[in-house]
Design a protein around this ligand. Structure first.
Ligand code: CTP
Ligand code: CA
Length: 225
C-alpha cells in the first residue's frame, strides 16, 4: 500500500467528494428529491482513490454500493450533507458533485399529512437550503486548495457556470447540459465543459468513469502548480 501510494499523483492527499441527490422530508412518508443517480460523483471517488488519494465520499440516497476502500458517509438531507462535509474537512481537494435540493419544507410534519376533505392541497412552504459549495468556498480556514463544483443547466450553460464559479468562490465548475434530450441524467455518459477563470474547455463525450479520471488528473496537476 505504501509503495502503491507513493508513486501515484494524489499520494498523501485527502479528497472530499459529494455525490447523489438529497432528500428533503415533508412528513414521515414523503420527501422532495431530484433525478441525480450519483454515478458521476461515485466515479470521481473511485478515480481519486485510484490516483492514490485518501477519499471521503459524502453521499445522498443512491442505488449504488459504497465503493471499496473509500470512507463513505451516507446522508439524507442538504443540512445533513453540510454537517458531514464540515466534519470531513480539511481536504486538499473537494469536488461537489451532489445535486443538492435547493429547497426544503420549512417545518417537517411530525405526522403524515392527511387530506382534509376540502379538495384543496396543502401549501408546502419552502425555504432555501444552505449552499454547501458556497459555504466551503467562502470559509477562511477550511477551504480546500482546489475547490470544484458542478453546474447542471438546461440553458445558458457557460454564463450560469461562470456566475456560480464567482458566487461560490470555486476554482472550477464542471458544466453540463442536463436538458432531457441529452439523456445525461441517470445515464453512463457525460459531456462536460471545464469552466475556470482561465476560460472554458469543451471536452468530448466520455463515459462518467473517464470524465472522472480526467477531472482527477487535471486536479492533481493543478495541485502541483
Ligand atoms: N450546491 C451545493 N449546495 C446547494 C446547491 C448547490 O453545494 N444547496 C453545489 C452543487 O453540488 C454544485 C454547485 O453547487 O457543485 C452548483 O449546483 P447547482 O444546482 O447547479 O447551483 P445552484 O446554486 O443551486 O443554482 P440553480 O438555481 O441553477 O440550481
Ligand atoms: Ca440547484
Amino acid at each position: 500500500e505504501e509503495i502503491r501510494q507513493n508513486r501515484l499523483p494524489l499520494a498523501g492527499k485527502h479528497v472530499l467528494i459529494t455525490s447523489g441527490p438529497t432528500h428533503e422530508p415533508i412528513d414521515p412518508v414523503r420527501y422532495i428529491a431530484n433525478r441525480s443517480s450519483g454515478k458521476q460523483g461515485h466515479a470521481l471517488a473511485v478515480a481519486a482513490y485510484e490516483a492514490g488519494a485518501r477519499v471521503t465520499l459524502v453521499s445522498g440516497p443512491v442505488d449504488l454500493a459504497d465503493p471499496d476502500n473509500i470512507d463513505t458517509i451516507r446522508v439524507e438531507s442538504a443540512a445533513d450533507m453540510l454537517s458531514a462535509v464540515k466534519s470531513c474537512l480539511p481536504a486538499d481537494i473537494a469536488i461537489m458533485a451532489a445535486a443538492v435540493a435547493d429547497w426544503r419544507v420549512a417545518s417537517e410534519g411530525a405526522q403524515k399529512i392527511k387530506k382534509d376533505g376540502s379538495g384543496k392541497p396543502p401549501a408546502l412552504g419552502l425555504v432555501e437550503n444552505p449552499d454547501i459549495l458556497a459555504t466551503v468556498g467562502h470559509h477562511e480556514s477550511l477551504r480546500p486548495k482546489l475547490l470544484i463544483g458542478f453546474a447542471a443547466e438546461t440553458q445558458n450553460l457557460i454564463d450560469n457556470a461562470r456566475s456560480k464559479l464567482e458566487r461560490k468562490n470555486a476554482d472550477w465548475i464542471i458544466a453540463n447540459d442536463v436538458s432531457p434530450e441529452t439523456g445525461i441524467m441517470g445515464g453512463d455518459a457525460n459531456t462536460v465543459r471545464l469552466v475556470s477563470r482561465d476560460g472554458v474547455e469543451d471536452w468530448p463525450e466520455m463515459d462518467k468513469a473517464e470524465v472522472a479520471r480526467q477531472i482527477v488528473a487535471r486536479a492533481a496537476a493543478a495541485l502541483d502548480e
